[in-house]
Design a protein around this ligand. Structure first.
Ligand code: CTP
Ligand code: CA
Length: 225
């Protein structure tokens, strides 16, 4: 946009962000979850809003305040997250930071599961959740810039490269979670694209967010203007 200042590089753009875990119910009082705090995704949504974008943040269950200028949609499950994401299209860029639960129970019990006295736990049968990033990657209204995150503990770049191709994403932000990243305030990432790999020094999640949004703004203005 012609009149956007240096700090309003994303004015007029719609950026869609997912963040946090999903919770998959087992029964009315229990669920399957993971350790995602939502901090990195919320920081990215905040940075996009500061850059002037209209931001839709689809958030799993987290204990974080809504960043200024961000439209937040709260969801619980992966299937609710997918529906909210598709409902928020079109978007110029989508950044899928959520740690979506890979599996949900085949069918959640309507009543609380009870011990039956046999000493044998009730079997949990799981089915795979829809892949939200891959769905967008092959969507009729695919955002022109599609970014995934990948938490890995080993062979980070190789796994991220494979996910880039499989999910139809433009970039994968590969995240080394072998330390205490989950819930912590700093992050060490590599940006994997078809052009190669960019390694960023470990930095605060808020700095990863600012730097990533700068890269997004540059990429969007390069393709769209
Ligand atoms: N993702 C998604 N929907 C899922 C699973 C993952 O949208 N059901 C997205 C995440 O938000 C992230 C990217 O895919 O942007 C990579 O997530 P990750 O868990 O690393 O990938 P998986 O394909 O689930 O592979 P893995 O077996 O390593 O967990
Ligand atoms: Ca996964």
């Amino acid at each position: 946009p012609d009149f956007a200042g240096a700090d309003e590089q994303l004015a007029g753009r719609h950026i869609l962000v997912t963040a946090g875990p999903t919770h998959e119910p087992i029964d009315p009082v229990r669920y399957i979850a993971n350790r995602s705090s939502g901090k990195q995704g919320f920081a990215i949504a905040a940075a996009a809003a500061r850059a002037g974008a209209k931001v839709t943040l689809v958030a799993g269950p987290v204990h974080l305040p809504t960043p200024a200028g961000v439209d937040r949609i709260d969801v619980e499950t992966a299937r609710e997250m997918l529906a909210a994401v598709e409902g928020a299209l079109p978007a110029d860029a989508a950044i899928m930071v959520a740690a979506v639960a890979d599996w949900r129970t085949a069918d959640a019990a309507e009543q609380k599961l009870k011990k039956d006295g046999s000493g044998q736990p009730a079997p949990l049968s799981l089915v795979e959740n829809p892949d939200i990033l891959a769905t967008l990657g092959h969507h009729a209204r695919r955002p022109s810039l599609l970014i995934g995150f990948a938490a890995e503990t080993q062979n980070i770049a190789e796994h991220a490269q494979a996910k880039l191709v499989r999910k139809g994403a433009d970039w994968i932000v590969a995240n080394d979670v072998s330390g205490d990243v989950m819930g912590g305030d700093s992050n060490s990432v590599q940006i994997v694209t078809s052009a190669g790999i960019e390694s960023w020094a470990a930095m605060a999640k808020s700095d990863v967010a600012t730097k990533l949004i700068e890269k997004v703004a540059n990429a969007i203005s390069a393709v769209a203007d």
